[in-house]
Write a protein that binds this ligand. Structure first.
Ligand SMILES: Nc1ncnc2c1ncn2[C@@H]1O[C@H](COP(=O)(O)OP(=O)(O)OP(=O)(O)O)[C@@H](O)[C@H]1O
Length: 567
C-alpha cells in the first residue's frame, strides 16, 4: 500500500464523541497503523495451544464497555458512565458499599451512538486491516444487553425458524420502527448499486466497516494499486459450525500439524462491489439462528463470525489484512430466562463456550504461556484474536437496569480480566512469495515482468561492484584480515581447551561408572555367596534335626526293650 499508516481513513479525523469516556492509555496506539495488526500467515490462523514466542510491539487487548439505554424509563439504574473521558464507570452492586469504580479503555454511555462506537473502537482497526494487519472485534455480554444492536444495527433479526423446528418470531421493533425487509432493517438500500447512502445513523459496526473499506478502496484504486475483497460468515450453533453464506450441514473444524485451524468447506466469497457485500451480510444474517426467549424477543442462539479479507495488490508485492467481527451469543441464567427444552440446551452450549472463552481470558490475563483454547470451537476460532496475532477490541455490553445487576457485574468482571491481556503484535501480513507473485502477475502482467527485469539488472550490477571492490586489498584490509585470523586462532584455542576439559570430565564419569559397576558386581557376588552359605546351613540343620529325631526314636525303642527285659 502506498499510503503510510495513520493517513488512510477519514473516520480517524472525527471529533471525539460526547458520550464516550476514554482512558488515557487506551486509544493512542489504535489510531496508529504501525502499532496495530497481527502476524497471521496468509491462510488460516495458527492455533497451537502454546503461544508464540513474544516478538514485536507489546500491546494490550483494548476493552470497551457499552451501556445500553434503559428499556423502560420507569426502571432504576445500577451503572453510570463517568464523564470527562475517564474511561471509567460506577457500578452499584446492591450492597451498602459505595458504588465500585471500573476502568477500561473506553466506556460508551447510554446515549452513545453507533457512529461513536465505530469511530473510537473499530475505525482504527479497519485502517490497520487496509495496511496489511489482522484485527478482530468481538461483542460480549449477557443476553439482551445490545451486542447485535452494536454489530448489526437495530431490528436486523430476521424472522426465521431454527433448523428442524417450526418456530418463528417477529422482530422487536421500537415505536415507529417497522422494518419490512432485512435490508431495510439494516438501513441499507435494497438495490445493488445504491450504496452512497448505505450507512445510516443506526447502522451497526459491520456495515460501517464495509463502507469504510470500500471508501478507501475507491479512493486508492489506480494503475498501480488494486484491491481484492473476500468474505466468509459462519455461526457456531450448539457447537456445530454452519456456513451463513451457503447454509447447509455442519462443517468440520480442522487443525493441521502446526495448530492452524480451518473450517473445511466454508465459502469464501470474493466480490468487488460493496452492494454485493451488503447483500451477502444480509443473506448471512437471515440464515442466523435467532429465537425469542423470555429475556430477549430476538435472542441470538449462536455465535456469528464474519471475516473480511482485503488484499492490496501492487507491482512490488501483495499485502493482506483480515478483519474478524464476532457477535457472540449472550450468556444466560437458566433460572432467570426460564428456558426449557431446546432453548435450555442452546443456553447450556452458549454458556459452556463462553466459559471456555472466560478461562482463556483468565489464563491470558494471568500471563500463562499455556492456554487451553481447545475446550470449544469458539475459543479455537478466536485464538488468534486473543493470543496476539492480531489487534483486538472487545466491546462488553451491559444492561443498566437494576434487575440485571448480576449479569452486569459478571460482564464487568469478565471485561476487567480481559483488560489485562497483553499481546505482542507482529509485522503486517505479506503474502507468501509464490502467492504474492501470482496475484501481482494477474493484476499487473506487464509491470510484473518489467519489475522482474529491473530487479535482475540491479542484482547483476550489485555483483559486479562486489567483484571490483573485493579484488584489490589495501594495507588496512590486510591488517584487518590478520586481526581476524588472530581472533579466529584465539577462539579456536579456547575451543580446544574447552574440548579437552570436556573430554577429561567425560573420562572421569566413565571411570566412576566402571568402578560403580565393579563394586555392584562384587556386592552381588557376596550376596549370592551369602545366600549359598545360608542354604548350606539350612541343609545341615535339616540333617542334624533328622538325625536327632532318628536318635530319639532309637533311644525310645531301647528304653522299651529294657523295660520288657526287666519285666
Ligand atoms: N444502544 C442501544 N440503543 C437502543 N436500543 C438498544 C441498544 N442496545 C440494545 N438495544 C435494544 O435492546 C434489545 C436487545 O438488544 P440485542 O438484541 O442487540 O441484544 P443481544 O445482546 O444481542 O441479545 P442476545 O444475546 O440475546 O442475542 C433490542 O431491542 C435492541 O434494539
Amino acid at each position: 500500500m502506498s499510503r503510510t499508516p495513520g493517513t488512510g481513513l477519514q473516520t480517524g479525523n472525527n471529533p471525539r464523541p460526547n458520550n464516550v469516556t476514554l482512558s488515557s492509555r487506551g486509544l493512542a496506539s489504535s489510531s496508529n497503523g504501525n502499532n496495530g495488526g497481527g502476524r497471521l500467515t496468509t491462510s488460516v490462523p495458527p492455533t497451537a495451544n502454546i503461544l508464540p514466542s513474544p516478538t514485536g510491539t507489546e500491546e494490550r487487548l483494548m476493552v470497551t464497555v457499552r451501556i445500553r439505554p434503559l428499556s423502560d424509563s420507569s426502571e432504576t439504574n445500577c451503572i453510570q458512565a463517568q464523564p470527562n473521558r475517564s474511561g471509567s464507570l460506577l457500578f452499584d452492586d446492591g450492597t451498602r458499599n459505595k458504588p465500585k469504580k471500573y476502568n477500561y479503555d473506553c466506556v460508551f454511555g447510554e446515549a452513545s451512538t453507533q457512529h461513536e462506537v465505530y469511530t473510537v473502537a473499530v475505525a482504527p482497526l479497519v485502517h490497520d486491516v487496509l495496511n496489511g494487519y489482522n484485527a478482530a472485534v468481538f461483542a460480549y455480554g449477557a443476553t439482551g444487553s445490545g451486542k447485535t444492536h452494536t454489530m448489526l444495527g437495530p431490528h436486523v433479526r430476521p424472522v426465521r425458524a431454527t433448523p428442524g423446528t417450526n418456530s418463528s418470531h417477529a422482530t422487536t421493533a421500537q415505536p415507529g420502527d417497522t422494518p419490512t425487509s432485512p435490508s431495510e432493517a439494516m438501513n441499507v438500500p435494497e438495490q445493488p448499486g445504491v450504496v452512497a447512502s448505505m450507512v445510516q445513523p443506526s447502522s451497526g459496526l459491520m456495515i460501517r466497516a464495509v463502507a469504510d473499506i470500500f471508501d478507501y478502496i475507491d479512493q486508492h484504486t489506480g494503475e498501480e494499486t488494486k484491491f481484492r475483497i473476500s468474505l466468509s460468515y459462519l455461526e457456531i450453533y450448539n457447537e456445530l459450525i454452519r456456513d451463513l453464506l451457503n447454509p447447509g450441514g455442519p462443517l468440520e473444524l480442522r487443525e493441521d500439524n502446526r495448530g492452524n485451524q480451518s473450517v473445511a468447506g466454508l465459502s469464501e466469497v470474493s466480490t468487488a462491489s460493496r452492494a454485493e457485500v451488503i447483500q451477502l451480510l444480509l443473506k448471512g444474517n437471515k440464515a442466523r439462528t435467532v429465537e425469542p426467549t423470555a429475556a430477549n424477543q430476538t435472542s441470538s442462539r449462536s455465535h456469528a463470525l464474519l471475516s473480511i479479507t482485503v488484499q492490496n495488490l501492487t507491482p512490488t508485492g501483495t499485502k493482506q489484512g483480515r478483519l474478524f467481527m464476532t457477535d457472540l451469543a449472550g450468556s444466560e441464567r437458566a433460572r432467570k430466562t426460564k428456558n426449557r427444552g431446546k432453548r435450555l440446551q442452546e443456553g447450556a452450549h452458549i454458556n459452556r463456550s463462553l466459559l471456555a472463552l472466560g478461562n482463556c481470558i483468565n489464563a491470558l490475563a494471568g500471563g500463562a504461556r499455556y492456554v487451553n483454547f481447545r475446550d470449544s470451537k469458539l475459543t479455537r476460532l478466536l485464538k488468534e484474536a486473543l493470543s496476539g496475532r492480531c489487534k483486538t477490541v472487545m466491546i462488553a455490553h451491559v444492561s443498566p437496569e437494576t434487575r440485571h445487576r448480576d449479569e452486569t457485574k459478571n460482564t464487568l468482571v469478565y471485561a476487567d480480566r480481559a483488560n489485562h491481556i497483553t499481546t505482542r503484535l507482529q509485522e503486517p501480513t505479506i503474502l507468501e512469495v509464490e502467492e504474492a507473485a501470482a496475484a501481482a502477475r494477474e493484476a499487473f502482467p506487464v509491470a510484473h515482468y518489467q519489475n522482474l527485469v529491473a530487479e535482475l539488472r540491479e542484482e547483476v550490477g550489485r555483483l559486479k561492484m562486489k567483484m571490483m571492490t573485493e579484488r584489490p586489498r589495501s594495507g588496512a584490509a590486510l591488517q584487518r584480515q590478520q586481526q581476524q585470523k588472530q581472533e579466529q586462532e584465539q577462539s579456536s584455542t579456547e575451543e580446544q581447551i574447552k574440548k579437552a576439559e570436556l573430554k577429561f570430565l567425560r573420562e572421569q564419569i566413565v571411570q566412576t561408572f566402571k568402578q560403580q559397576m565393579k563394586l555392584r558386581r562384587r556386592l552381588l557376588e557376596a550376596d549370592s555367596h551369602l545366600l549359598g552359605l545360608e542354604l548350606d546351613a539350612e541343609r545341615q540343620h535339616m540333617v542334624i534335626s533328622h538325625w536327632q529325631s532318628r536318635q530319639g526314636k532309637l533311644y525310645d525303642r531301647l528304653d522299651e526293650d529294657d523295660e520288657e527285659g526287666m519285666a
